[in-house]
Design a protein around this ligand. Structure first.
Ligand code: BGC
Length: 789
């Protein structure tokens, strides 16, 4: 676990000093750079020591058979795993005749800084070789947001007190040797040597390697160019073989002399383009970057991020660590989604190979809300990607005997990669989550072109799925049986409330948008009779309810199940899935992650205030948060029902998920949904923001620890700034025509440029429900706060 003082607290940077060698696997994820297309883990420049070397190109994967002990109809036969592509970040250094390797000699100082405004990773260190020669090494690394194929490094070595002979080897390396994966089944299946060499070239300061994956047939090209600036006797040479292309720079540095190398790396890949075409693509990317130059790339990066922060920053006063964590979270969500452009946004972004690099519902339910209200263009790209996978989703539905489209639970290129039915394909809610992201985006932006194109088709095909998956009983009530909701500790259950409510929304909006676009709907074969059947199913949707307890059931029969024996569960037995058989978990009342509680957020209009409070109190004591997706959802509802301190602790947990390595697997990559969920916890929790079609409302209320919260929301072509302190909330319409919002139920009309303030009413405070023993949220080791009343 990363202890609290591992990174210095600062609002705009993440600084590690000195180097913590034991935490390299985690810090490689935390310091990863990406633009959604290219991803580089924060490996040391010299490549070793490392936890996991990682260079990724979004979508580049290998396929492999999914083995089953016993065959069964409909099992996905083929899995996909993101692979470590050609490593362009390695720059090795020889000082006199000793490799610069931090495991040897004396490391006098070492600092790494992730600069969230500049979008670069800086490293400064001073090292004395075993033979007593000291050098200072500085590097700045970036993955460009503005030129999506480009990553770049400025590397500088300086002699400190004696003259030293230095050799710098800047490389492209394919098929790097990877550490053997650990036992956790959730970690990636590392594929050794996945790339077949097709071309290797080195000439002057330019390097190039082109490879092809064995089975998936994807062609991957990496090229690099360098500028070298050093003392007069500096020499360069280059060479290449199948898996390595290397530029070697030799020089002699007197004390104070510096050798500086600027390395630009261009990446490209394709499943269809020819070798010459992919080669030209990376060469062209390098040519464009050369015109911009190193300083130009740095300036563009800053400008891009200035614009991002102006739209998306969340300011927090009263908890500096939370402020830093929120910006860290926003930065990494941007990195994961900014330039994914018609590719999936994986659950780990491009920071590691956890979950094999797959995408889940995490994208639509956790990442896209934040992007919808801050960077809507990235949302269209993500939804267009989903749309591009409709052929596979239709085929999967057909295979399962269903209509419409059945989107995969986890995938890279669109087909189902989950080998496990109960916590895989049975989680049909992913289809409603995709539909929900379409509805949210369309109603926040009014993007009519997207609505009548990809949006409509996604809604229609998912609505058709629900109609074939569910059924009306003899009394007319609509049921969806045998599905898995968000909580993977209950499986193949009837009438999961979250799924049913989300499906009902899918059906209603499918009908609404089809009727709004009759010509396009007719082209998809939708007629009045079909939309009427959707509306009827939505209206008749069953919501299981326990009359005795007066709570909504997570699924039919849930509250009748035997409670989990928490008293006999040791704290080291979490996550439960690694210590108890699923059969036992499935038949007890134990919740892996917010499910009914999530439904109360995404479909809040379906629950009255009393039920929200009662339901929350019921599900808290059995929710163990064995998924990082849970804390942020619990934060939102805890805030809404009046448990401000508990909500705050959940928000902190979501924010600190990776900075404190709370799930002990940050080494496999960051938890992008939890990071995005930090925004949700603050904006929708303490800001109380809800958006439903034409209505935007806020119910702001801060926890005691925070004195101020400020954020912006982009909606209906306008930007609204929201500032909240303990006593009041101020709404400023920054641009666009006047608009109406609600503040704690009161309607306010905002006019451009003027600020409207309203007092924050005192909330009803309830005693917070307890969590399972040892599962109180927050920072590591935190105890349950002595709360109100
Ligand atoms: C959660 C899923 C989630 C997946 C990827 C699992 O542990 O239960 O809801 O989609 O992780 O983040």
């Amino acid at each position: 676990m990363i202890t609290a003082n591992c990174f210095a607290v600062d609002p705009w940077i993440l600084r590690e000093a000195p180097l913590n060698m034991d935490l390299l696997p985690q810090s490689e994820s935390v310091f990863a750079l990406s633009n959604g297309h290219v991803g580089w883990r924060g490996n040391l420049d010299e490549g070793e020591p490392h936890g996991l070397p990682g260079s990724y190109l979004n979508g580049v994967h290998e396929v492999h058979p999914l083995p089953y002990a016993e065959g069964a109809y409909g099992n996905p036969e083929s899995g996909q795993t993101a692979i470590n592509v050609t490593n362009g970040k390695v720059i090795r250094l020889l000082v006199d005749d000793e490799p610069f390797d931090l495991r040897y000699g004396r490391l006098r100082s070492h600092e790494r800084v992730l600069d969230l405004r500049a979008g670069v990773l800086r490293r400064t260190c001073e090292w004395t070789s075993p033979a007593g020669c000291s050098v200072r090494v500085r590097s700045t690394r970036m993955v460009s947001f503005t030129q999506r194929s480009i990553a770049a490094i400025a590397y500088e070595v300086e002699a400190v007190d004696t003259t030293v002979r230095v050799v710098v080897q800047s490389e492209l390396i394919a098929n790097e040797q990877l550490p053997t994966p650990k036992g956790d089944p959730r970690a990636a299946v590392a594929l050794q040597s996945p790339l077949d060499a097709e071309e290797a070239a080195a000439s002057g300061t330019r390097l190039r390697l082109i490879h092809c994956t064995h089975n998936s047939g994807l062609r991957v090209a990496a090229a690099a160019d360098h500028t070298v600036d050093g003392p007069a006797m500096t020499r360069t040479s280059s060479e290449s073989n199948a898996d390595v292309a290397r530029l070697t720079v030799t020089s002699e540095l007197a004390p104070g002399d510096k050798l500086r190398i600027e390395k630009t790396v261009g990446y490209g890949w394709s499943g269809v383009r020819s070798l010459p075409a992919v080669r030209d693509q990376v060469e062209a990317a390098l040519a464009a970057a050369a015109t911009t130059g190193w300083q130009g790339l740095i300036d563009e990066q800053r400008e891009y991020l200035d614009d991002f922060w102006a739209r998306s920053d969340v300011e927090v006063q009263g908890d500096e660590e939370l402020q830093q964590a929120v910006r860290f979270a926003l930065f990494h969500v941007l990195q994961a989604g900014a330039r994914a452009e018609q590719r999936a946004i994986p659950s780990k972004g491009l920071t590691g190979t956890g979950y094999d690099g797959h995408s889940f519902w995490d994208t639509e339910t956790f990442v896209l809300p934040l992007l919808t209200y801050t960077s809507p263009n990235a949302v269209v790209e993500a939804l267009n990607w989903r749309h591009s996978t409709l052929p596979q989703a239709r085929e999967r539905a057909r295979q399962l005997g269903l209509r419409g489209a059945a989107f995969p639970w986890r995938t890279i290129e669109g087909s189902e990669c989950s080998a496990y039915w109960p916590a895989g394909t049975a989680a049909f809610h992913v289809n409603a989550d995709i539909a929900d992201a379409v509805i949210r985006y369309v109603s926040a932006t009014g993007d009519a072109e997207f609505e009548r194109g990809c949006g409509l088709e996604l809604l229609v095909e998912t609505a058709r799925l629900w109609m074939s998956l569910g059924h009306h009983d003899s009394g007319g009530t609509f049921h969806i049986d045998g599905v898995t909701g968000p909580d993977e500790y209950s499986a193949i259950a009837d009438d999961n409330t979250y799924t049913n409510l989300m499906a009902a929304r899918n059906l209603r909006w499918g009908a609404e948008i089809a009727e709004r676009n009759p010509r396009e709907a007719a082209a998809l074969g939708v007629d009045h009779e079909e939309t009427a059947s959707w509306r009827e199913a939505a209206a008749e949707m069953h919501l299981p309810y326990d009359d005795e307890l007066k709570v909504h059931e997570q699924h039919a029969g849930f509250t009748r199940h035997q409670p989990w024996d928490f008293a006999s569960t040791r704290i080291d037995q979490y996550p439960l899935l690694l210590h108890f058989p699923y059969f036992d978990i499935y038949r007890k009342q134990v919740v892996k992650q917010a499910d009914l509680v999530l439904a109360m957020y995404t479909c809040g209009e379906s629950f009255d205030a009393e039920h929200k409070a009662r339901n929350f109190a019921y599900y808290e004591p059995c929710t163990v948060r064995d998924s990082s997706l849970s804390a942020c959802c619990q934060a939102v509802i805890a805030a809404e029902v009046g448990h401000a301190q508990l909500a705050y602790d959940y928000a902190v947990e979501a924010a600190m998920m990776d900075l404190n390595d709370l799930e002990n697997n940050t080494r496999d990559g960051l938890h992008i949904a939890s990071l995005a969920g930090t925004w949700m916890a603050l904006v929708c929790g303490f800001g109380g923001m809800r958006h439903d079609g034409d209505h935007l409302s806020f119910m702001p209320r801060l926890p005691e620890r925070l004195s101020r919260l400020a954020f912006r929301v982009r909606i209906w072509g306008r930007s609204v700034r929201v500032e909240i302190d303990a006593r009041s909330a101020t709404y400023t319409l920054l641009d666009g025509e006047s608009m109406t919002i609600r503040h704690h139920g009161e309607e306010l009309t905002l006019t451009s440029g003027s600020a409207t303030s309203r007092p924050v009413p005192d909330g009803h405070r309830r005693r917070a429900p307890e969590q399972p023993p040892g599962r109180y949220p927050g920072r590591p080791g935190q105890q349950q706060a002595d709360e109100e009343p």
